[in-house]
Design a protein around this ligand. Structure first.
Ligand code: BTN
Length: 253
């Protein structure tokens, strides 16, 4: 909390050397009634979680492995927008701090030179039709010098992209929480339209052909032309129709 210039995010911060996953910790705190803005940070995760049941490589000392508890008063279907809000906060923070030209790959990947440097995992708990809380997980590869062979072609770190120079984690976390709070408050007060142009300014694939692999639904190919007011990806199909994609894995081309 020292020197942290926020009203709510980081009001309570829990540091761990090793955890299974900071998401597991934040879920437990949330169920125990922890306030909005509670943050869990770990040096190492031994069971880091990615999207769609995947794992997230989180070795000691090499990244920012962090979860933030949010309790927004939002309609359920608007919650996926928070992933996009977080993406803008991370991109703007890292660009400011390092000058590295991060780009957003819808919905939750941040890339540098075509390789993944950061992932966002937004997990929602709802009771009947109301949001109970959101566990916003952020993983940033900061100082990893290399990755296991299965990740080497698809993952990178801030250090690798800066010839071995890695920014310090603490100031980066501080700026990130400040930026995240600024954008989160802006989003809650003014809605997604206040965030959308900032998201589009850093979007990787607008105007490009992509393939969207949807879970339990047909794979679609088209041109990514933007996002709608809900944060869904807009795909222009060959026949001129526009499809709204709410959840998918995206491949370029
Ligand atoms: C993805 O790209 O699939 C999302 C990766 C999210 C990783 C972060 S690291 C901190 C938090 N705790 C986890 O177990 N996962 C998220």
């Amino acid at each position: 909390k020292a020197g942290l210039n926020t009203q709510r995010l980081g009001c309570e911060t829990h540091f761990f050397e090793t955890v299974e996953s900071t998401q597991t910790e934040i879920h437990a705190l949330a169920r125990a009634g922890a306030p909005e803005g509670t943050v869990v940070i770990a040096d190492e995760q031994v069971k880091g979680k990615g999207r769609l049941g995947r794992s997230w490589h989180s070795p000691p000392g090499s990244g920012i492995w962090m979860s933030v508890l949010l309790r927004p008063k939002l309609e359920l279907q608007r919650c996926p927008q928070l992933t996009l809000v977080a993406a803008v906060a991370i991109v703007e923070t890292i660009r400011e701090q390092t000058g590295l030209p991060l780009m957003i790959k819808w919905p939750n990947d941040l890339l540098l030179n075509g390789k993944k440097v950061c992932g966002i995992l937004t997990e929602l708990r709802a009771e009947s039709d109301c949001v109970d809380y959101i566990a916003l997980g952020i993983g940033i590869n900061v100082s990893s010098a290399s990755f296991p062979s299965e990740l080497a072609d698809i993952a990178t770190s801030l250090s690798i992209e800066q010839q071995g120079q890695a920014p310090l984690r603490t100031p980066l976390i501080k700026r990130l929480l400040e930026k995240l709070e600024e954008l989160y408050f802006l989003y809650v007060e003014q809605g997604f339209s206040a965030i959308k142009p900032r998201w589009e300014a850093h979007a990787l694939m607008l105007g490009k052909p992509i393939t969207a692999r949807r879970v339990n639904s047909a794979t679609l190919q088209g041109i990514a032309i933007g996002i709608d007011e809900q944060g869904a990806l807009l795909l222009r199909m060959e026949d001129g129709r526009t499809e709204h994609i709410y959840s998918a894995d995206i491949d370029m081309g």
